[in-house]
Design a protein around this ligand. Structure first.
Ligand code: HEC
Length: 94
């Protein structure tokens, strides 16, 4: 019984950690996006009918391609954060 309690609370901690990491990723992605990505197109680009994006991988590839267009030189983490943000907000892939 004594060993059970620490195990349970560690489990809760890990779970809470994962949840807040996710919303931090969302906030980071939103900030990077709003500061950098609305020069050529607004968010209607992401809901257009002829969207070329059909899964999370092509979304990530598109984010990387678009940020290359003006040499932002984002790290993978930043590309992933923006892809995560766009997915949560517009695309809703699994
Ligand atoms: C230099 C201009 C330019 C900038 C800046 C730009 N984009 Fe784009 N983006 C485009 C163009 C043009 C297209 C349409 C490409 C096509 O239809 O093949 C596009 C399309 C997209 C799409 C695909 C939309 C869809 O569903 O078909 C995504 C996602 C995207 N951009 C994300 C971003 C992100 C994230 C940034 C910021 C890093 C960004 N863009 C900055 C020009 C730009």
């Amino acid at each position: 019984m004594k060993t059970l309690i620490p195990t349970v609370s560690l489990g809760c901690l890990l779970f809470a950690g994962a949840a807040s990491a996710n919303s931090e990723t969302f906030e980071l992605g939103k900030e990077l996006h709003d500061n950098n990505c609305v020069r050529c197109h607004d968010s209607s680009m992401y809901t257009r009918e002829e969207s070329r994006i059909d899964d999370i991988d092509s979304l990530r590839t598109m984010v990387r391609g678009c940020q290359n267009n003006f040499d932002l030189a984002w790290f993978d983490d930043e590309v992933n954060a923006v892809a995560h943000y766009l997915n949560q907000k517009y695309y809703h892939f699994d």
